[in-house]
Design a protein around this ligand. Structure first.
Ligand SMILES: [Zn+2]
Length: 316
């Protein structure tokens, strides 16, 4: 097992969780004064890579105090039950609305099977292991955690999911936003910096909440954001503006096609066109075909999430 590690400032290491393909999803390890924490962990299949990463970094399993799970989407938290079994002193930290789903993952499994289908679910995630309630700690908005000599603040950041938090490391101007600050693949980097897109995955996407959460995080004036997809980005004010503009565009697409015969195809086509135009303006070093392939999964999930949002809004 040879994990791919990316070493960042202030004791932060990204580990490729090997989900879907390399460069897609990163778990982060924060080290401070001999103690360590994970922020998001990937799936069951990621766990061997994470344990190998600890070994490579010279961190004992006993030295891990926390497994912070920004939200319970399975590419972030699916491996948490198995990982916690290997870390004798770690507590899994979750949003109050997320914790019950990791203690009893039945609903989570059923919900994810609706999105992915039975066969794909098993291939991607395997058997989810519940986290014993005694190992779970619930984080209220603004709660602070001590890791070694540093203090981490957990803030609730709804919008991508209702049960989402971000981990703020104020002293080091860093935030671990889970999926609240979008997706930015390193393959799309250009001389202008990072290319970023919001993630509006089912089933709790809410545009107003997501924009408010982006503003709240940007308000800390972080130097870097450590995204799950994929790791460190800087130039946060520009990226925040780009994300908010795209969220508003997505809402326009969804509303424009709300009554179309094939809403899915129409919304997806608009999103792809927007992304290809933005990528060209950005000078992304990939062809349209490569970009379409790289972003295909996000196009699908974002479109599904927008449709769920349209239907939810209709009902309320
Ligand atoms: Zn997510």
């Amino acid at each position: 097992m040879n994990p791919t590690l990316f070493h960042h400032p202030h004791g932060v290491t990204a580990v490729d969780t090997e989900y879907l393909h390399p460069g897609h999803a990163a778990s982060h390890i924060i080290q401070d004064a001999g103690r360590a924490a994970f922020v998001d962990v990937g799936t069951n299949y990621s766990v061997p890579y994470l344990l190998a990463a600890l070994q490579k970094l010279g961190v004992a399993r006993e030295a891990v105090d926390y497994v912070f799970l920004t939200h319970v989407h399975l590419d972030h938290a699916g491996g948490a039950g198995r990982l916690v079994q290997e870390l004798p002193n770690a507590r899994a930290v979750l949003h109050p609305r997320g914790a019950p789903h990791m203690i009893d993952p039945e609903k989570l499994i059923a919900g994810s099977k609706v999105v992915y289908g039975e066969e794909r679910f098993h291939r991607l995630y395997g058997e989810l292991v519940p986290i014993p309630a005694a190992r779970v700690q619930v984080a209220q908005d603004g709660e602070r955690y001590r890791l070694g000599r540093r203090e981490l603040e957990l803030i609730h950041t709804p919008g991508h999911a209702l049960h989402h938090f971000a981990v703020v490391d104020t002293a080091h101007a860093s935030i671990f936003p889970g999926d609240t600050f979008g997706i930015s693949y390193r393959e799309m980097d250009s001389s202008r910096g990072a290319f970023i897109t919001p993630t509006t995955t089912p089933t709790q996407f809410d545009p107003a909440q997501l924009i408010a959460s982006i503003d709240r995080m940007a308000g800390y004036k972080p130097e870097a954001m450590y995204l799950m997809h994929f790791s460190r980005v800087v130039d946060v004010p520009r990226l925040a503006a780009v994300l908010k503009a795209q969220i508003n565009e997505f809402v326009r697409f969804a509303e424009r096609h709300a009554d179309a015969q094939d809403r899915y195809a129409a919304i997806r086509a608009d999103m792809l066109e927007l992304w290809l135009n933005l990528a060209r303006e950005h000078g992304a070093p990939l062809s349209d075909t490569q970009i379409t392939e790289l972003l295909q999964n996000d196009l699908d999930l974002n479109t599904q999430g927008l449709i769920v949002w349209l239907d939810r809004r209709k009902r309320s």
